[in-house]
Design a protein around this ligand. Structure first.
Ligand code: SF4
Length: 63
């Protein structure tokens, strides 16, 4: 499973970082970035939850 953030859609609101801080962080422009591309097994559920919680649907998951 892979995850990425569409920086054009992200508004920096932050729930992804709250839900899965191991995967997401805000960069210097306040836009979410993913710290890895291939999601470790133990973080997949949290990444899906973050994607579901993103109000702008900026988090893209590829199975
Ligand atoms: S929840 Fe979505 S819009 Fe908000 S910071 Fe995370 S990726 Fe960006």
């Amino acid at each position: 499973m892979k995850v990425c953030v569409d920086s054009e859609l992200c508004d920096g609101c932050g729930p992804c970082v709250d839900i899965c801080p191991e995967a997401f962080e805000l960069d210097e422009d306040g836009i979410a970035v993913v710290v890895f591309e291939e999601v470790p097994e133990e973080l997949q559920e949290a990444c899906r939850e973050a994607a579901d919680s993103c109000p702008t649907e900026a988090i893209i998951i590829e199975d």
